[in-house]
Structures are given as C-alpha cells and as structure tokens.
Design a protein around this ligand. Structure first.
Ligand code: MLT
Length: 328
C-alpha cells in the first residue's frame, strides 16, 4: 500500500470512527424505511380493526411504507397491549388501543402487565365511537323500556355478548347492568366482530357495542337497536333514539380508538406518525367512511399526542370508581 493509499485508508477509518460516534438516530435513514406493524388487539372485522384499516391505509400512502395489521386477540385486548408495550420502540410496532385497553383495564386488572401512561407514547386519537344497546333480531322486547323490564324479569335466562373482560363492550354493558341492577351471564368472544356474528345468528341475546360495528347490521335489519347512549342521535342512524329519549338517561357511553407506540419511541417518529394520522383524518374519503359508520372524528385540537395523553389520564380516572377488579 503506498503512502497516498494509506492516508486515504486512515482517513476512511477516521471517518468511520467519527460516524460511529454519532447518535443512532443521526445514522439511521429517514423513518420509515420498511413496513410498520399495527397491532389490533381484537379479531378482524370488529370496530377497532375496521377503524385501524381505514386510517392506516391512508397513513401508509403518506409515509411511503405499508402498515400491516396484526390481529392479536385475548384477555379483552390486554394480551396484545402487553405485547405492544414490550415491543422495540423504533416506530415499527404500534397499536390501536381504545377506551378498554388504555383506560378501563387499569382498575379491572390489578396485575395488568402494562400501564397505559407509563408504557406508551400517545400518537393520535382516531375516532370516538358511541355505544348502542343491541339485541338479536327476534329478542322479545320492542323498545328500551320493555328491554329493561324483560331483562330484569329474566336475568337468569338472558346473556350478553362481549369482547372479553376489559373490552369496551364488556365495560359498557357492566355500566348498563349496574344502571338496571342486574347481573346477567356474559358470553366472551375475541372481539365484537365474532360477537356480532353470534348476535346476528341469534346465539346470544344482547350486546353493548361500538357504532362502527353496528351500523351495517342495523341498516340491514339483521339485529335490533334499542338506543344510542349519547346525548344526541347519530346522523348515520337517525331513527335510533338516544337512551334519554328512550327512558334510560343514566346510561351514557362513548368509546374511542387511538394509536400508541411503545414508551421511548423517538419524538421525530411520533411527530411523523401523528402528522400522517392527522392528514388521514382530513382526507375526504377517510372521513366519509368513518362518518358513514357513525364515528365521531376528533377536531384538529384533539388529534395531538398531548391531547391523547390527557384523554387517557381522564378516562382512567373516570373508569376507576366505576369498574371493579375482574371477578368481584
Ligand atoms: C373490537 O374491535 O372487537 C372491539 O373494539 C372490542 C371491544 O372492545 O368491545
């Protein structure tokens, strides 16, 4: 090796040494450089899955990489959420969590393997999802008042489907049952996608579910809707009365779905993901699909990570006195 070559080689080595001293993020090419996994903590076809697929399809275009949905079921969404909390915090594994996984599960599971606030970085709220009281098509009660009377009188015979302890459907019906002062049998599924199939098939009696899962079935006449548990009727279901109109004003419930990343995910990655989610929520086609399913699209001010962090905190505080540890 001649002198010139040695100087060049030494220079290259020095440059390499200098490069390796740079922080990891400065070395890595612009995020994302490969496909992102979005964990959905319930079965395919349910409300969390549907919302995730609508929004992430648009986010993938913005980010220039695929977003692959992975449905990881079990334990009311907490199995998947535990996995997401432990995933590498590099922005390539995310989760669509919701009012159950990231709020109500905290008081329900005293040994929960994650804490929504300590183990996650909030990215963006995607959609509010009003809760409806639904029943199989041939369930005897004609309206909500009759429903209340009927389930009280037949509490040993009726059952309520849900997506596992801590899921939105479970917690919402726990609230309804406490308003009605009943304790019917619960029938758990891996998500309200399969629970809805059972309701349509008449294998279960009733369910408290997010509107996104219910609109197509109500419009198709395959199930009954007694009421929507929000102060106002929903434009996607103008004929369904509110619980207040139907005689049960004490039952009010609206869930939400949002994207989270494992704690410690770099701030610039969070910012990119948030911007992509915000852009998706502004897209006309995405909005139409979400609105047609009855979702409530958050206003711009409620799409920031800080706003989602505040929502998680307030929802944990709200559900803690309402739900008791599972089994009690
Ligand atoms: C689902 O996607 O199946 C739901 O969000 C389940 C639930 O929490 O009720």
């Amino acid at each position: 090796m001649n002198l010139h070559s040695r100087i060049l080689a030494a220079g290259a080595l020095a440059a390499l040494a200098g490069l390796s001293a740079l922080p990891a993020q400065a070395q890595s090419p612009a995020y994302p450089t490969r496909a992102i996994t979005m964990i959905v903590p319930f079965a395919a076809g349910g409300p969390t899955d549907v919302i995730s697929r609508i929004v992430t399809a648009h986010m993938a275009q913005t980010l220039g990489q695929s977003i692959i949905i992975e449905n990881v079921v079990g334990a009311g969404g907490t199995t998947a959420t535990t996995r997401a909390a432990r995933a590498t915090n590099d922005g390539y594994t995310l989760i669509t969590g919701h009012m159950g996984t990231h709020a109500a599960s905290v008081p329900l599971y005293p040994k929960l393997a994650y804490h929504p606030e300590k183990d996650f970085e909030p990215i963006a709220l995607l959609a509010g999802t009003p809760i409806l009281i639904l029943a199989k098509k041939d369930f005897a009660p004609k309206d909500l008042k009759e429903f209340a009377t009927y389930v009280k009188a037949n509490v040993d015979k009726v059952n309520a489907a849900h997506a596992g302890v801590g899921s939105v459907s479970h917690v919402s019906c726990e609230l309804l049952n406490s308003v009605l002062e009943i304790k019917p049998t619960g029938v758990p599924f891996n998500g309200t996608g399969p629970a809805m199939n059972a309701l349509v098939g008449g294998q279960v009696d009733y369910m408290c579910d997010q509107i996104v899962n219910a609109v197509p079935q109500i419009k198709g006449g395959t199930i009954k809707a007694y009421a929507i548990a929000t102060p106002e009727r929903n434009p996607s279901l103008p004929d369904v009365p509110t619980t207040k109109e139907a005689g049960l004003p004490a039952f009010q419930a609206q869930a939400w779905n949002a994207i989270f990343a494992p704690k410690g995910t770099p701030p610039e990655v969070i910012a990119k993901l948030n911007a992509a989610a915000v852009k998706a929520l502004d897209d006309e086609n995405v909005r139409k699909r979400l609105l047609d399913l009855g979702s409530v699209i958050p206003p711009t001010a409620e799409r920031t990570p800080a706003s989602l962090a505040a929502l998680v905190k307030s929802e944990i505080a709200k559900w803690t006195p309402v739900v008791k540890p599972a089994g009690n």
